[in-house]
Design a protein around this ligand. Sequence first.
Ligand code: 5GP
Length: 301
Amino acid sequence: MSRCGGPPHNRERVFKGEAMDGWRGEEAMKSVEVAFPAVLLLSLLSPSLCSGDGVAVDGAREFDYFLLSLQWPGTFCRRTRHCCPSNGCCKRSVDLEEFTIHGLWPNYNDGTWPACCNNVFYDPKKISPLIGKLSKYWPTLSCSPSSTCHGGKGLFWAHEWEKHGTCSSPVLQDEYSYFSTTLDLYFKYNITKVLTSAGFSSSNDDKYKLAEVSTAIKNATGGTPWLVCSHDFVQELRLCLHKDFSPRDCGVLASNEQGELNSKDSCPMYVRLPKFTRPTESKLKQSTEGEDRQALEVLLL
Ligand code: 5GP
């Protein structure tokens, strides 16, 4: 089996707006990674490069710190135009009034990161005891299958493990540790509770000062977070953690491929935490795909 090689990715991304709904919209507005031209070039030159949006770094140097990335369904699910059985935005069994997990990402201090390390595949059997918690707290909020490091498509969990989890060694050495540790960190830092206790609850009317949101998290966890917004809607909140999982500041600057420094926060001075609204039958009517309608009808029963 071929092993993969290539440069580390740059974590700087550009979010193009929130106006588009649904997974097709998500695909179109999916974050644009600055490293893409270099990745494309390498993929043309190197037959061993992994496909998908993870770039393999075989024998990559050890990472510097972790990013625990959380997503705010109230923002993410606004883009849902159609439903399917796997989409957490549409499932009644999933509580989407709080941040859910996006992933735990090993990162370098220069803003780049390794991806698709060690040529390891996702194996659902290894995490079967965790499935209940993962479904609830780490749901996919989309219908489209995710890219894997080996040229295929798979679950969101497969994507996160293969792209990021495999590079967490030597701190996290296997799939079970990667997922169970991420769940533990999610519960330990309980960011939704931290924000609610500090007066920042989900609301379609209130706007909160970004600096105050950030300070509330710093006070509770010990580390300044990194917020990612779609306009003034908080979309992601990232905690930075040392390799022993103690919090550290995310910092406000990150370098891009050219080594230029950019502000990390894509949020304006005042931000919102919009309430979660489950996609409705009326929204689904806008979809042209009959099978999506059928899937939603089943879910809403
Ligand atoms: P990452 O940013 O972790 O490298 O990649 C996230 C990818 O996972 C997205 O491009 C998308 O293809 C897939 N994906 C599947 N479900 C979700 C989800 O709920 N949230 C996000 N952000 N990405 C998802």
